[in-house]
Design a protein around this ligand. Sequence first.
Ligand code: MEV
Length: 317
Amino acid sequence: MPAITARAPGKVILFGEHAVIYGRPAIAVPVTQIQAKATLLGAPFALAGQVWIYAPDVNLQSDLYQLPESHSFRILFQLIMQELNISRLPALRLRINSSIPVAAGLGSGAAVSVAVLRAISSFVGHPLNDERVCALAYQVEKVYHGTPSGIDNTVIAYARPIYFVKGQPFELLRVSQPFTLVIADSGVKSPTLAAVGGVRTRWQTDPAAFDSLFDQAAAIAREARLMIEKGLPDQLGPLMDENHKILQQIGVSCPELDHLVASARQAGALGAKLSGAGQGGNIIALTNQDKAVDVARALEQTGATRTIITSVASSNG
Ligand code: MEV
């Protein structure tokens, strides 16, 4: 049987992270420069049902069934076998490579889930559509992130800019005028589960204050959507600055992120904010296309461990 390869992009949240868990709207876009890739090969000399997993980026090399039952790969295989009503798979070798850094707010977990679900379902001759891939990847997100909104698996499964409200059908965003983002990694690892759990604890302590912050983030996301659809992306800069202030008050920024946001603005960005769960991970800065390289260089000089320049358009990230 020929090898099957499936890919899924990374993502950034443009507006509304955290608030989206509490029912407010958010905007996310795919980032195609970084990807998770799953390759499946048959293993003709192994016993049926045997699955060998090789994921060098996370130092994993194991028989699937030697992994704990709660491991994401165990859950992925179980979900897909249930979905396709398969009791036993042929012997397989699954290799996962990802250029999406883990615990950095760029959707690495959801991208691996999406790529693996696509690869397995194609391998057995029943490729799942985006909707089913998205729904199954959400099940894995729930095990790993506690109370995920579903925005990560959605933007990654559909690989298009989205306007997202938890529990509602998502909307594809019409990007009337493409715009440029610089993504910069603080190098500080921050698991989503911890950041999301911290916000929940603080929200429980002072729900009125936090609901008001979430409402402010919601108003920004709605305004940003209008600007994107009207083809006025420069207007997103001040909205990003405002959203960053709210995220600081929610308690998910940190000195490294604040420092990068300030550097981006100093270097000529139109606005900047942390992106994703925060407390580490990445920031995004909006720039004119001709300034992007300068802003990226300035961010690297002031501590970013990696920068990516990406263009946001309707068709891809
Ligand atoms: C993570 O990309 C965005 C968060 O809002 C978590 C979620 O929505 O599930 C922090």
